[in-house]
Design a protein around this ligand. Structure first.
Ligand code: TYD
Ligand code: MG
Length: 462
């Protein structure tokens, strides 16, 4: 089937967004990044397109490849527990055989620590191989001993050549491989330096192919660029089954692992860990840690977010202060910047609250990133509270989407959110009408249903 004589083709790939072009150009047409294209060598692809005459089709096209779906052996979706509950949760209930999982995050956030801990937990049940391209074997072993990990069945390999790694893997047949990190690996087939777009792409492709052919589960560790993508090619995200990102504030010991893509589970599922002197510890009930814990203050509003399948209490803080600038600043940490600008416009137009001459800073406590629209109402309540320099009523939570015409829209799983708030002792909730129980109360908590932004603002400053 393969044509050995086929010339190797090249393509130009954008290192920011992964878009592919046949010719070099200065600016990427997809993401508008300048000078981000680099040349990669594509593996020679076998044959050209198969031409089949429609009439009189003889069925000679490789029939073995076209199979009625119902005859395909269902991949038993057997989940392997990683031995770390929060990691299992983010993976969608455990690791699936042959799955390739990319774990990304800033340097030093704990990727190697987490995967070494997970591997050590699993090694007693499954043969596991830790491939390290960044640290020496002594460093890895030293960390394992310091963390007091069970080392039975855990093997390590200090190697960066992907052909050598695969040769060792074929011989040792591990059920699980961690490649730490993908940026250090390289293939002999290319002359580009390790970490370059073409090397990362090609080595990952080889590992993915190996995983799919042998049913080996593979974790790839990837560093994150300044812009927040996995360094170099975002193409990696398309190649793997799941992409997990490690998030966390520098200075905070809490780390959040988020499923950004998952073919076997919910996206945006969160796992929460705390970094201790004995490695990463799970935080199975994380609601409380994202509240600042301080007394009631102006500019603070607690919301119930639901990322993935778990409701979570988080605190949104705002600081509104008169600006010396002609173009006042709008800064959002943990939220989307453009959404903040839009919400402030709605606040002015439909709430009659003017912040045009004020700097507005909004922060989600604990370094967590909130991506859902349920944060709209809490953000505006926090802004209003800071502007008026008055705290919100005690033990109050809020959630709800704010529309451009000033309407408060319901969000999914309202009841579950209310239950989480009630469990943690909140006594008052400002929520969209569509999410409020008819009785106006929920497990002893007063529920104020609002339909318009003006109503919500009124409820908050009573
Ligand atoms: P590491 O897993 O090496 O990060 P990554 O692989 O993402 O680059 O984590 C290193 C950081 O974690 C380092 O700053 C020290 C800290 N750490 C602890 O606080 N306690 C521990 O037990 C370990 C192993 C690391
Ligand atoms: Mg590391």
């Amino acid at each position: 089937m393969s044509k050995n004589s086929a010339k190797s083709r090249t393509a130009h790939v954008c290192s920011e967004c992964g878009a592919e072009y046949s010719k070099w150009q200065g600016q990427c047409g997809e993401c508008s990044a300048w000078n981000s294209l680099s040349e990669i060598v594509l593996e020679s692809t076998a044959g050209g397109p198969v031409s089949v005459r429609r009439s009189g089709w003889t069925g000679k096209v490789d029939a073995a490849r076209i199979t009625p779906l119902k005859e395909v052996r269902q991949g038993q979706d057997i989940r392997i527990s990683t031995g770390i509950g929060e990691l299992d949760r983010v993976l969608g209930g455990g690791l699936v055989e042959g799955a390739v999982v990319l774990v990304g995050g800033d340097p030093g956030i704990g990727k190697s620590t987490l995967l070494l801990q997970a591997l050590a937990q699993m090694a007693s049940r499954l043969p596991a191989l830790y491939v390290t391209g960044e640290e020496s074997l002594a460093q890895v072993a030293g960390r394992a001993v310091r963390l007091d990990l069970p080392l039975e069945g855990l093997h390590a390999l200090a190697e960066t050549g992907v052909e050598h790694i695969l040769r060792h893997a074929v011989a040792a047949q591990p059920a699980l491989i961690v490649a730490d990190s993908i940026q250090t690996l390289w293939t002999e087939a290319l002359t580009a330096a390790p970490g370059s777009v073409s090397q990362v792409r090609e080595t990952a492709a080889r590992l993915v192919r190996y995983a799919k052919e042998t049913g080996t589960a593979v974790f790839l560790v990837g560093h994150v660029t300044k812009e927040g993508g996995i360094a170099g090619p975002r193409v990696l995200e398309h190649m793997v089954d799941a992409v997990l990102y490690f998030e966390g504030e520098s200075g905070s010991r809490f780390r959040v692992l988020r499923a950004f893509k998952n073919r076997f589970g919910a996206v945006n599922e969160l796992g929460v860990f705390a970094m201790s002197d004995r490695g990463l510890k799970e935080v199975p009930n994380p609601s409380a840690i994202f509240l600042s814990g301080s007394a009631r203050q102006p500019g603070s509003c607690v919301m119930v977010t639901r990322e993935g399948t778990r409701p979570l209490l988080v605190e949104v803080q705002a600081l509104v202060d008169s600006s010396p600038l002609s173009n006042p600043r709008r800064v959002a940490v943990g939220l989307e910047q453009n959404r903040l600008a839009m919400l402030l416009a709605v606040l002015h137009r439909h709430g009659g609250v003017m912040v045009g001459d004020q700097d507005v800073f909004v922060n989600v406590v604990g370094g967590i990133r909130v991506q859902e629209t349920a944060a709209d109402l809490p953000v505006l309540l926090a802004v209003l509270s800071s502007l008026c320099d008055r705290p919100l009523p005690e033990k109050t939570i809020a959630f709800g989407e704010v529309g451009l015409s000033g309407e408060i829209r319901p969000v999914p799983n309202g009841e579950e959110r209310l239950r989480e708030a009630a469990t943690h002792g909140f006594r008052r909730a400002i929520v969209p009408r569509g999410n409020a129980p008819k009785s106006g109360a929920f497990k002893g908590m007063e529920v104020i249903a609002v339909e318009r932004l003006a109503q919500a603002l009124e409820a908050a400053v009573d």
